[in-house]
Design a protein. Structure first.
Length: 471
């Protein structure tokens, strides 16, 4: 019946299609996948898509490849490990290091003086070039993958702000970035690691402290000392400043300073109570500049959409934040970001992209089940037989970054000058109207890495010849 009608009206087929659109789609569907007939486009039935289980991960080989054989064991035992000099390839390149520190100062200059208490955070910076590099580094991702008990490797970098603590600032906040009741109930966040890359030489007074072995004692502490005593005011982050007192330390584990040097990567189990050492009330304010980058890696389910912390949205949400260089509306643990994040991208933020399949996947600009991503992931996470291939991937990534970083920085600098005119950071510095924060005498006078207990500094002085105008 339909067929004869169509045959009779072939001359007016456009009108027929318009009048009876359902006749021209599979099962009469109006949109949806059925509409596209793609099932009929391939000669053979398609194989099952790649999943996280398709990869063969050699945990021991990965630790040896990117850190030391002991780091995995230290992390398991104490809840924290430190990969020394992990970012030497960035910070020992004087030009890249200078670009990074200048950019920190630019964001610091643009931070609203009316912003809520910053406790050392640059709460206007979500996609600086340094942060984008931190979000995409494939060796960083490989180490976090093998740190996770579930070995989930579809991990997205959640964009969040960076740390720039100055002398005199209180930075103390003892906490766990977990909803502990959800963690106890359904293990939410149990496989997550928190990480940071330090850019300055820290001291025991200016660093992150972590409860030694805290991932093994948190449950007992919370049940016996918090829930049993009705002290539970749990949210997606659990504040510990008043709960984890000295007697608790004696019972459940000491808070110890994790002193990092420039380029050290710290990996800490999410269930470890931690914080910064300089106290909030000013009784022991920070003594020196401390700059830190974090990439909050969040795991994804095999549906390639659901995140292990559902409050953060899904793959599409994170992908869009990176694509558009937007701030996140949540904190990494799932709270609403009440620190007044900017409503729009920073006008001078520049996309730093095209660094390879894994870097793309980390920021949601390529799917994790893409064959190119899978191939690189298998090499980076595989056994000894993949070592040469893994080395090549890392070398190519680093060379690519080195080749482009300064040019991207210059693009960002030009954009900032054009966007802000007389309010531009670079203009203000050039015209002597603003002293970059790192160059103020109380911040080390431009010496890096600055050690306030010594007159001179370490082996590498990138700031001594720092001149913004030639960058
Ligand atoms: Fe934290």
């Amino acid at each position: 019946m339909r067929l004869s009608y169509v045959l009779e009206n072939l001359g007016n087929i456009i009108i027929v299609k318009k009048d009876y659109p359902d006749w021209f789609t599979i099962s009469g569907g109006k949109g949806g996948d059925n509409h596209y007939l793609y099932e009929l486009s391939y000669r053979f039935e398609n194989p099952q898509p790649l999943t996280q289980a398709s990869l063969k991960i050699d945990v021991e080989a990965v630790w040896k490849r990117f850190a030391s054989g002991q780091d995995g064991e230290i992390l398991e035992r104490t809840g924290t490990t430190k990969i020394v000099s992990f970012w030497d390839w960035v910070l020992k390149d004087p030009k890249m290091a200078r670009c990074i520190f200048i950019e920190f100062d630019m964001y610091q200059y643009h931070l609203s003086i009316g912003a809520s208490e910053a406790i050392g955070w640059l709460r206007n910076s979500y996609h600086s070039l340094a942060q984008q590099l931190c979000y995409q580094d494939p060796a960083y991702w490989a180490l976090v993958t093998v740190s996770r008990p579930d070995l989930r490797w579809w991990l997205l970098s959640f964009p969040y702000y960076q740390k720039y603590a100055l002398p005199g600032q209180g930075t103390y906040f003892s906490h766990v970035d977990l909803n502990i009741n959800e963690w106890l109930k359904c293990c939410r966040g149990a496989n997550r690691m928190q990480t940071s890359i330090s850019l300055d030489q820290e001291t025991a007074e200016d660093c992150t402290f972590c409860v030694e072995g805290g991932h093994k004692t948190l449950e007992a502490f919370w049940r016996n000392e918090v829930i049993a005593k009705n002290l539970d005011k749990n949210g997606n982050t659990a504040k510990m400043s008043d709960l984890y007192t000295k007697p608790m330390e004696d019972k459940y584990g000491k808070s110890i300073p994790i002193v990092c040097g420039p380029g050290d990567l710290r990996i800490t189990n999410q269930a470890v109570i931690h914080g910064a050492t300089a106290t909030k009330n000013g009784s022991a304010p920070g003594k020196k500049v401390r700059r830190v980058l974090n990439a909050w890696l969040v795991g994804m389910d095999d549906d390639h959409n659901t995140l292990e912390i559902p409050q953060l949205g899904n793959w599409e949400t994170i992908s869009r934040l990176h694509r558009d260089l937007l701030p996140s509306k949540h904190t990494p643990s799932g709270n609403i970001n009440y620190h007044h994040p900017p409503k729009q991208r920073f006008p001078a933020a520049i996309e730093f992209r095209g660094l390879g399949p894994i870097p793309d996947a980390r920021i949601g600009q390529r799917r994790w089940d893409s064959p190119a991503v899978f191939e690189d992931a298998q090499a980076l996470l595989g056994g000894e037989e993949y070592s040469a291939q893994a080395e090549q991937i890392i070398a190519t990534f680093r060379q690519n970054v080195r080749n482009r970083y300064v040019a991207e920085f210059q693009k960002m600098r030009r954009t900032e000058i054009n966007a802000y005119g007389t309010n531009s950071y670079f203009k203000a510095v050039r015209e002597g109207r603003w002293i970059p924060t790192r160059k103020r005498l109380d911040n080390g006078g431009g010496v890096w890495p600055w050690n306030p207990t010594r007159k001179r500094h370490g082996d590498f002085d990138i700031e001594a010849t720092d001149d913004v105008s030639d960058m």
